[in-house]
Design a protein around this ligand. Structure first.
Ligand SMILES: [Zn+2]
Length: 80
């Protein structure tokens, strides 16, 4: 998780549509939980200083870890 130092503007959202819900990618693809949150952040790629916006899907557990690491508040899942 060393890319934390070079990333910023972390955001956490509840995935709204079922088609967005994929498997969690929080543990380098090894987490088999269903993703219910979307996490995005900007980071620097390589040494040229180019920035990229990254979007990943996270399960509840990994979303909590993401929120804790970046001091975010976990958004509530919409009631249906
Ligand atoms: Zn996960």
């Amino acid at each position: 998780m060393s890319d934390t130092d070079r990333s910023w503007d972390h955001r956490l959202v509840v995935l709204e549509n079922d088609w967005q819900r994929e498997h969690c990618s929080g543990s380098r693809g090894r987490c088999l939980e269903k993703a219910i949150y979307g996490a995005s952040y900007s980071y620097v790629t390589g040494m040229c200083g180019r920035t990229t916006r990254r979007f990943t899907t996270l399960c509840e557990k990994h979303a909590e870890q993401f929120a804790e690491r970046h001091s975010l508040i976990i958004p509530q899942e919409a009631m249906e």
